[in-house]
Ligand binder design. Sequence first.
Ligand code: EPZ
Length: 431
Amino acid sequence: MDRIKITGGRPLEGIIPISGAKNAALPLMIASILTRETLTLHNVPRLSDVRLLMRILGNHGVDAAISGKRLGQSEESGETITLSARDIVDTTAPYELVSRMRASFWVIAPMLARMGEARVSLPGGCAIGTRPVDLLLMALEKLGSEIEIDSGYVIAKAPKGLKGGMIDFPKVTVGGTHVALMAASLADGTTIINNAAREPEITDLAECLIKMGAKIEGAGTSQIVIEGVARLDGAHHAVLPDRIETGTYAIAVAMTGGNVLLEGARADLLQNALDHLEKAGATISVEPTGLRVSRAPGLLAPVDITTEPFPGFPTDLQAQFMALMTRASGPSRIHETIFENRFMHVQELARLGAQIKLEGDVAIVKGQSRLKGAPVMATDLRASVSLIVAALVAEGTTTVNRVYHLDRGFEALEKKLGRCGADIERISGEG
Ligand code: EPZ
């Protein structure tokens, strides 16, 4: 198992290219099941989650291939992946695969819409909370599917095809909205999704489905209307830039000081987080090729945050912002409202010297902590990267174990930070 070793204390200076968004690439790849034609995705990040999903889709009969490099492409250019689901050979998604990546549960929607049946393992527990799938199943039922749960598997059937319907989500769900969008695109008649998630990754999926021939209006708002079509075609689509990767590096620069251009980043994808970062003391400017982030040396201002569905502060940046606040000039409150157990990083940040008190779904960060390097490990992707952010300013050396969490969602993290002056290296092998 690889580890990452960081010696803190260096400001970040230079350019960090922003990759395609993991959380857009995954549902886009899954949408390939909706058509017999080839879906070509550009700007796909090189991540272990993408590789694993290629395997999972392959199990259903999807031919997934990574195209070779093209003229003018650099190491930073994302990959082009072609996905052809000409014949679906297996409508079962087994526990061994779904339990390794929750998002793969979403194959249930295109499979059901196209094949009239799907048998998908329930994903099980997860490091950040219970994360049920009841709302995803409710959406499929509203579209006329019969759902049964047997021996840990969801068996969904719609032998005569799905029918358009009214889906009112009692709570905003990204996965639920993805599933409803994909299923409704091939349903007979009109579907209205109320209280839909407005995350940019939803809009990206809708734009790709529209290129494939779907009739969708209102993606990016809380009401989406879909007029089902009989078949979808192939398309080309470029994955949007990763707003969580952007926010993470912006926080890292605010933490270390320095000046970095986040190449390809788009401010509109994370305006709320950028506003909070500016309040904390970062300077952010939009440039023709991306976002520039800088901070003069000195203490950061304490800033409270509350995580919310888009366009609010993203839960996927909560851990990183908490790491930043350990260095603020006073106390701050971090309120997590999306997942009930997303504070697993608190104990690991404490190993680096952070003083954080938990009160239910609120973390009170003391601020002005002197961070000192230590061996740490984390239980999920965003928690792991919060330790990297802290380690960048900690005195001495921090070793982050279980780097496979980082490899799920951050492309070439040590290279991107290393090129901007961080003292960071990956140590391969047992750990
Ligand atoms: C997506 O997860 C992201 N994953 C998560 O990113 C992200 O944290 C989350 O959205 C919120 O923004 C991907 O896009 C692959 P939800 P998802 O359905 O779709 C509850 C990362 O680190 N809920 O919006 O699973 C749920 O428990 C990951 O990249 C139900 O109660 O999240 C949570 O409290 C982690 N019943 C809330 O809704 C359901 O059926 C929002 O979850 C579904 C969800």
